[in-house]
Design a protein around this ligand. Structure first.
Ligand code: 1PZ
Length: 205
């Protein structure tokens, strides 16, 4: 499969989440929809490196990120975006910005756990790391058919060294960027979960 040319996607992802973490850690600043959704768009490059088996996950994730990018043209902050959906009574409606935000958030959490598991693992297989992160983050929210399809896709994953090659990284450079994302995505995820919880919307749906 083709790689990503000379690009360094892990670096781009890490760089995009840095300023978002600053906002999340500032204890008062409001996170804007535009930089958040742009940062999430960088993450979709990873799907291309994971192979054809995750095409359906990529489509779903990208369509939701695109919806947030579209929303950012008329809505400034994530908080306002959620407030508008509350006012319109459409928070949990399929395709709502708030619902899409929660799905995208889970995608980020999945990548965060995946990176943790990849760093922990010492073999050349991604299957264990991918299975663990999927089981922790998405499986409780997916029905039987999707879980089955993802389980089958796990057998078609590239090896860890193939993935790193496609990302133009080696073991140690990838580790640095993955650790950076693990560090910065955590407060960003917590910040957004808090937006949901402070309005009693729950995050378990
Ligand atoms: C090595 C890593 C393996 C990656 C495994 C990723 C597995 C994700 C499987 C997602 C299947 C998506 C099928 C569609 C699911 C939708 O029903 C739900 C609910 O959407 P709604 O009803 O609100 O429209 N969508 C989701 O749960 C979001 C799925 C996003 C997947 C992002 C994964 C990010 C992981 C990236 C790893 C590179």
């Amino acid at each position: 499969m083709a790689g990503v040319g000379e690009e360094k996607p892990l670096r781009k992802i890490a760089a995009a989440f840095d300023p978002l973490a600053d906002v999340a850690n500032s204890g008062g600043a409001a996170m804007e929809v535009a930089p958040f959704s742009r940062a999430c768009a960088h993450v979709s490059v990873l799907f291309g490196c994971l192979g054809i088996a995750f095409k359906f996950a990529e489509k779903d994730y990208v369509s939701k990120v695109d919806d947030l990018i579209e929303a950012s043209k008329s809505i400034s902050t994530l908080k306002n975006m959620i407030e508008l959906d509350i006012q319109h009574g459409c928070v949990r409606q399929g395709g709502s910005h708030t619902r899409n935000l929660l799905r995208v958030l889970r995608g980020l959490d999945m990548v965060r756990v995946l990176f943790e598991e990849i760093i922990k693992s010492d073999g050349n297989s991604l299957r264990e790391a991918a299975s663990v992160s999927y089981a922790k983050v998405f499986a409780p929210h997916h029905g039987w058919a999707i879980r089955k399809a993802v389980g089958a896709g796990m057998y078609a994953l590239p090896s860890k060294s193939q993935l790193l090659k496609r990302l133009n990284e080696d073991d140690s450079s990838a580790k640095v960027e993955m650790q950076s994302f693990i560090r910065t995505s955590r407060p960003v995820i917590q910040y957004i979960e808090e937006l949901f919880n402070s309005r009693q919307l729950g995050i378990d749906w």
